[in-house]
Design a binder for this molecule. Structure first.
Ligand SMILES: Cc1ncc(C[n+]2csc(CCOP(=O)(O)OP(=O)(O)O)c2C)c(N)n1
Length: 375
């Protein structure tokens, strides 16, 4: 592979089907522990607990009719928090629609994520100082965006890296090929992070591609590809840190992109509009739940004397308060006006959207929708 990329190259110098691991399923050390101090490790654990609790509450809100469709992340906290923790302050995070955990590490307020899934256009307005791209629902569309933005950043000598997330299903899209190929040719500072959670809604990983691994797709683009145990947050941190360093690489002035395949599982439904019991067995879910990234990191931190019952209880209480406060703040916002659906994408509404709006307005009026008529 690429010899000039510096001391972290060893993490990429392995078979594509040999995932990098640091902790086993019981939290025992089986690989090189990354150089993180105790506070940073606790912060990682805190973020994972926060993401998990937020997720459970968000699903409940949707079930109670207090939120629209929501894509749960449980099971994927190790991949999200481990990778986002590796970002430097000025780096950029380019999410799909499930990266609520990664985004909170970057400082996106939980209220913002709630507003988005509650249907407020304001949920799309990322604060100026938060380097997170908007949610991308069209599968893989964010991949060429991440390549293009990274290329622009390189041309401006900004030395920032772009971490782009997508699922296993996204690797079958043309946008994946175009984005990663371009990155390889133009040496853009992009890290392509594939959350292989085994399912693209109801399509299993085996039906997605004949490739034995997704990591090996990197070979075709002339870049490094590496598999990591995506439910091992320390392994994910280690691999992403190495890839980001290689993406910035001011030493050689030659950034190189990387494709990371984080092998993991989504414990819940694809979204709250999906019922996974019709396409996957409970046994499979239970097998993966034994690899849960949260107890795994907790067991390690307890064995190192970094966490104890008291500290865990404190974190639990703080997490619950933070999520409750965010829900209260989001629900205090006035409900979005239906007209907002048609705004923001264009400075002036194109004729076709104007026609759709008129039709929609007539429908609402015919049904005596008072709230709508108040506008
Ligand atoms: C271009 C496009 N085609 C189809 C869809 C409908 N769709 C939404 S999610 C999804 C599956 C995505 O699976 P994957 O890429 O593995 O991501 P995951 O949600 O599992 O993280 C599909 C087909 C879409 N959003 N965009």
């Amino acid at each position: 592979m690429y010899e000039e990329v510096g001391p972290t190259v060893s993490v990429f110098d392995r078979a594509y089907d040999d995932p990098v691991r640091v902790l086993d399923e019981d939290g025992e050390v089986v690989g090189d522990v990354p150089d993180l101090d105790d506070e940073a490790l606790v912060e990682m654990y805190r973020h994972m607990r926060l993401a998990r609790h937020f997720d459970g509450r968000a699903v409940s809100l949707q079930r109670q009719g207090r939120m629209g469709t929501y894509p749960p992340l449980s099971g994927q906290e190790g991949a999200q928090i481990g990778s986002a923790t590796a970002l430097a302050e000025d780096d950029w995070l380019v999410p799909s629609y499930r990266e609520h955990g990664a985004a909170l590490v970057r400082g996106l307020p939980l209220k913002q994520t709630l507003l988005y899934w509650m249907g407020h256009e304001a949920g799309n307005a990322t604060p100026e100082d938060v380097n997170v791209f908007p949610v991308a629902v069209p599968i893989a569309s964010q991949i060429p965006h991440a390549t293009g933005a990274a290329w622009a950043s390189k041309l401006r000598d900004e030395n920032d890296a772009f971490l782009c997330y997508f699922g296993d299903g996204a690797t079958s899209e043309g946008d994946f090929h175009e984005g990663v190929n371009f990155a390889g040719v133009f040496d853009t500072p992009t890290v392509f992070f594939c959350n292989n959670n085994q399912w693209a809604i109801s399509v299993p990983r085996e039906r997605q591609t004949r490739s034995a691994t997704l990591a090996q797709k990197a070979e075709a683009y002339g870049i490094d590809g590496v598999q990591v145990d995506g439910m091992d947050p320390l392994a994910v941190y280690r691999v992403t840190t190495a890839a980001l360093e290689k993406a910035r690489d001011p030493e050689t002035d030659r950034p190189r992109p990387t494709l990371i395949e984080a092998v993991q599982y989504r414990f819940g439904a694809h979204t709250t509009a999906d019922d996974p019991t019709v396409y996957r067995d409970e046994d499979e879910v239970e097998r993966w739940k034994a690899k849960d990234p949260i107890p795994r990191l907790e067991a390690y931190l307890r064995s190192e004397g970094v966490l104890n019952d008291e500290r865990v209880a404190e974190i639990e209480a703080a997490v619950e308060t933070r999520v409750a406060d965010a829900i209260e703040a989001a629900e205090a916002e006035a409900r979005p006006k239906p007209r907002e659906m048609f705004e923001h994408a264009y400075a002036e509404l194109p004729q076709e959207l104007e026609r759709q709006y008129e039709e929609f307005a007539a429908f609402r009026e015919a049904h005596g929708d008072e709230a709508f008529l108040e506008e």
